[in-house]
Design a protein around this ligand. Structure first.
Ligand code: WAQ
Ligand code: MG
Ligand code: MG
Ligand code: MG
Length: 243
């Protein structure tokens, strides 16, 4: 018999005079009933002692999902590019994204968004040709959820494990052209570009230490079916096959 699984998600925020609500941290996991408690503990730990600030608000959501709805997909392959400067890292990322069909204008929009946005909770969806933003979620963006590894992958640290799972789910959609990401955490300057053909290409440094801007950009096909794309990202449960 198929066992019940649960989607367990966290978001943490801080009251901020300038921003109203400042995004601190989020996380999404999938587990069986007996895994709920350790997962909640891990997510609480992630929300606490965070480099973006001291959370005033932590929300944990636990939701049943049917096991027969889960899609199993392999992880993208990891490579790493170390650049001599932020400028060179950006130009490396641009070169790769251009080769995947992202227009120069869409790239300008994307780099401007990630360089200036200090309070983005989810991803921005951009038309890879026109550079137009397609979601109308504002600072909330689109949060990829119901995602985890099938088995604990001990070879990777928590941040890489989480980012690789998210990127693998996103790249698996036929509407995805590519993704660009760097963290909004001031102490983490490595980001990545990814898609199903090139895999997960880590690039460092994409920003300067101490900087709190960052986020995720999903470049999509001109012919994207937006509702179905967003529904896949948010609601279809996906487990990444380990090792
Ligand atoms: N769905 C969509 N967007 C998200 C999600 C999600 N589940 N989680 C985070 N984001 C967006 C949101 O705008 C965050 O502000 C931003 O991404 C950065 O999130 O290989 O740590 O968790 O060394 O700070 C990538 C490189 C690290 C890891 C990314 O992002 C490596 C990272 P963070
Ligand atoms: Mg975080
Ligand atoms: Mg995160
Ligand atoms: Mg962050």
């Amino acid at each position: 018999m198929l066992k019940t699984c649960y989607s367990i998600r966290m978001r943490a925020a801080e009251r901020s005079p300038e921003l109203g609500e400042k995004h601190i941290s989020g996380g999404e996991r999938i587990g069986s009933k007996s895994q709920i408690e350790p997962i909640v503990k891990q997510l609480l730990n992630k929300a606490s002692n965070h480099s973006r600030g001291d959370a005033d608000f932590i929300q944990i959501t636990i939701e049943k999902i049917a096991r027969d709805q889960i899609q199993y997909i392999p992880p993208l392959e990891i490579t790493t590019v170390e650049a001599a400067s932020i400028e060179m890292a950006h130009s490396e990322a641009r070169k790769i994204l251009t080769s995947l069909g992202v227009s120069e204008h869409a790239l300008n929009v994307a780099f401007h968004q990630l360089s200036s946005n200090q309070n983005l909770r989810g991803a921005i969806i951009l038309n890879s040709k026109t550079g137009l933003r397609l979601d109308n979620r504002g600072q909330k963006g689109v949060r990829v959820s119901r995602i985890d590894w099938q088995d604990a992958n001990g070879d990777l640290n928590e941040r890489v494990r989480e980012a690789l799972a998210l990127a693998s789910k996103v790249a698996n959609s036929p509407f995805t052209i590519a993704e660009l990401c760097w963290s909004d955490d001031p102490d983490y300057v490595t980001g990545y570009v990814s898609n199903r053909a090139i895999g997960y290409v880590r690039i460092t440094p994409l920003k300067r230490e101490g900087c709190e801007s960052g986020g995720r950009i999903y470049f999509v096909l001109d012919e994207v079916e937006l509702e179905s794309f967003i529904d896949y990202l948010e609601s279809v449960p996906v487990l990444i096959r380990g090792d």
